[in-house]
Design a protein around this ligand. Sequence first.
Ligand code: ADP
Ligand code: MG
Length: 316
Amino acid sequence: MSQKKYVSKFQMMGTVISITLFEPNQPLVEASYDYLQRMDQVFSMNRSDSELMAINQQAGIRPVQVSATAFSLIQDALHYSKRHRDSFNVLIGPLVKLWRIGFGGDQVPSSAEIQRRLRLMDYSQVVLDAPTQTVYLKQVGMQLDLGAIAKGYFADQLIQQFQQAGVTSAIVNLGGNVKLLGPNPLTTDGRWEVGVQAPQAIRGIPVLQVQMPARTVVTSGIFERYFKVGTQMYHHILDPQTGFPVQNQVDQVTIITEQSELAEVLATVCYFKGPQAGAALIEQYPKTEAVFIDHQQQIFVTSGLQPRHEGVYSID
Ligand code: ADP
Ligand code: MG
């Protein structure tokens, strides 16, 4: 097979974005870049001119009219926050800002301050008004944070744009979030092989490989952003019940499914649940699998991941 691939990389959203096409298409690469740049303007927590910041800054003051994109993603995130109330919470912003994990934070906040922030995470205090496309956070200090879902939405949108442009095969990698399109032109059976990197292993040597049709593969783990005090590790997945980083035996969770936005949510939720309860949740979703890696580097996979040979699994 003499098929070539065309890989484009750029730095954005605090990560390396990579787009792989199997026919040259520079305009599409440029359009992808522009799209992600626009999304960064809409959703960034670190830019004062983003729509998300406007909503947060007007908390307790007034509703803010937003773009259709922002409205629908916020609506989805709120829906998932209600469904997974013990774990996923889109109002985590005040806690994220308090801990500053990955943004220079290196101290455990006071429990009084944590308690104060937890009171700002009540989703009954969010008003979404579809006719006016407005979002209103009713209490001063409330803050939406789409960090655990936005990249999945962007990956879904990019792949959809590729399809509309007539592209039949592609890989979008938004740093920890991979989405595949169509058959793999480099294999005879059209299947893809995606490696899962263990967080505590050497970079570039995946601990396992999964052969699959076009799916999305999303990983959430605690080694992306953290700080340590003594031996205690404080990482960026925060528990909306306690206000502290989740404490359990899980290093990372990888979700394999069709929709990347859902994969992001399930990765966070399954991180909280761990392998047993997490797998039980995953079984309820069609065409969805998960890989859990714990602190001892033990691997646990859901039932649809069939072992092929050492370190290689396959899904239908
Ligand atoms: P990344 O892909 O950047 O590693 P994740 O998908 O694992 O991030 O999500 C972590 C980010 O999600 C945090 O940086 C924070 O912004 C936000 N977050 C942290 N805890 C929660 C939570 N319990 N619910 C929803 N969002 C969260
Ligand atoms: Mg995630």
